[in-house]
Design a protein around this ligand. Structure first.
Ligand SMILES: *Cc1c(COP(=O)(O)O)cnc(C)c1O
Length: 398
């Protein structure tokens, strides 16, 4: 019999959709895929070369569990340069992707009955990582009118004696929106007043638009820095999702606990990927600019097109590579035998009748929306929105 723990985890709600999209593609249907959560760019050559060199040099053995010193130093320098944050080596751990970093934090911090506040819509793994560690996710709804920022007073009204931590994610997956400084300051104030830990997932930090500057909550004061775990990684900014390198900076007792946990599970991240990561962080950074300007072009086009579809409205994203349009006005409509009364039914309708794959908002805890990734070519985006427009125009009031 399986453990109680295994029974508590649901399969991802996007899996059925994804399987269906893949099956359609395999049978020869030209599916436009807005579902992907990774850059469509190739990892830059200088980074690949560093990995090849590592292999040729025989850098293929175990390393220290929490990462090699040159990588920790590169991470420390990144925090100093980009975020005005000072960390020592024992305040940093490198893990097998930011998701693994978040999981190590969950293992190190959460226990039975602890409540962890998760603003919704949220990234899919946050609740399950909390549940896997016997703690309780407390969802706090955020609103489009507030650009999906959690208001500090609303946060405070959800705090109980059991509240242990809050998970922040800016720029956000799925909304593509970003927190402003005033709101981050407010949240830091509430976190300090109630002794909460802040887990700040900043993986999209470098992907922002319209002149927006990311601010790490940890950089606001030494007090909040001492309560914050900053999570970041190489997957998104350097198109390195398959290399599995993420990292955390925070108080050294927590980093030590995370390192012990990692030492009994995965051990070190791949030695070769670590060498590649050193090059990514310390080598030329112009790749990011190139990728970002292409994302920016697609973002503007996609959002304009979505807003031209009757019944759909979309805020202009300021970060990441997702658009998160409100599709709730379409619910209750139908086309022939297809009833559309939820984000999942809309996604299924668009997949079956328009050959467009995307992720329904209920996967992220908000049924009023759908998520489209624009980490796909301009041609695909053009073709995909045209199909969405036609399919939505076929929907009739029931
Ligand atoms: C992609 C993503 C991650 C995890 O990235 P890794 O590949 O595990 O480094 C973490 N948080 C958010 C919000 C993401 O979108």
């Amino acid at each position: 019999m399986l453990s109680k723990r295994a029974g508590k985890i649901k399969p991802s709600p996007t899996l059925a959709m994804d399987a269906k999209a893949k099956a359609m593609k395999a049978s020869g249907v030209d599916v436009v895929n807005f579902g992907v959560g990774e850059p469509d760019f190739d990892t830059p050559d200088n980074i690949k070369e560093a990995a090849i060199k590592a292999i040729k040099d025989g850098f293929t053995k175990y390393t220290p569990v929490g990462g090699i010193d040159p990588l920790k130093d590169a991470v420390i320098e990144k925090f100093r340069k980009d975020n005005n944050l000072e960390y020592a080596r024992d305040e940093v751990i490198v893990s097998c992707g930011a998701k693994h970093s978040l999981y190590n934090i969950a293992q190190a911090l959460y226990g039975p009955g602890d409540e962890v506040i998760i603003p919704s819509p949220y990234w899919v793994s946050y609740p399950d990582q909390v549940i896997l560690n016997d703690a309780v996710p407390v969802f706090v709804k955020t609103y489009e009118k507030d650009k999906f920022m959690l208001k500090p007073d609303v946060l405070e009204s959800h705090i109980t004696k059991k509240t242990k931590a809050i998970i922040l994610n800016s720029p956000s997956n799925p909304t593509g929106l970003t927190y402003d400084k005033k709101t981050i300051e407010g949240i830091a104030g509430v976190a300090l007043k109630h002794n909460l830990y802040v887990i700040s997932d900043e993986i999209y930090e470098k992907l922002t638009y319209d002149g927006f500057t990311h601010i790490s909550i940890a950089s606001l004061s030494n007090e909040i820095k001492a309560r914050t775990l900053v999570v970041n990684g190489l997957s998104k900014a350097y198109a390195m999702t398959g290399w599995r390198i993420g990292y955390t900076a925070g108080p050294k007792d927590i980093i030590r606990a995370m390192t012990n946990i990692q030492s009994q599970s995965t051990s070190n991240p791949a030695s070769i990927a670590q060498k590649a990561a050193v090059e990514a962080l310390t080598g030329p950074q112009d790749f990011i600019k190139t990728m970002l300007s292409e994302f920016d072009r697609r973002r503007k086009f996609l959002v304009t097109e979505l807003n031209s579809i009757s019944g759909i409205s979309c805020l202009t994203p300021t970060g990441a590579f997702y658009a998160f349009p409100n599709t709730s006005k379409l619910y209750g409509k139908h086309a022939d035998e297809n009833k559309v009364s939820s984000s999942s039914e809309l996604a299924l309708y668009l997949l079956e009748k328009a050959s467009v794959a995307l992720v329904p908002g209920d996967a992220f805890g908000d049924n009023d929306y759908i998520r489209l990734s624009y980490a796909t070519s301009m041609d695909n985006i053009r073709k995909g929105v045209e199909r969405i427009k036609e399919a939505v125009n076929r929907l009739k009031q029931a």
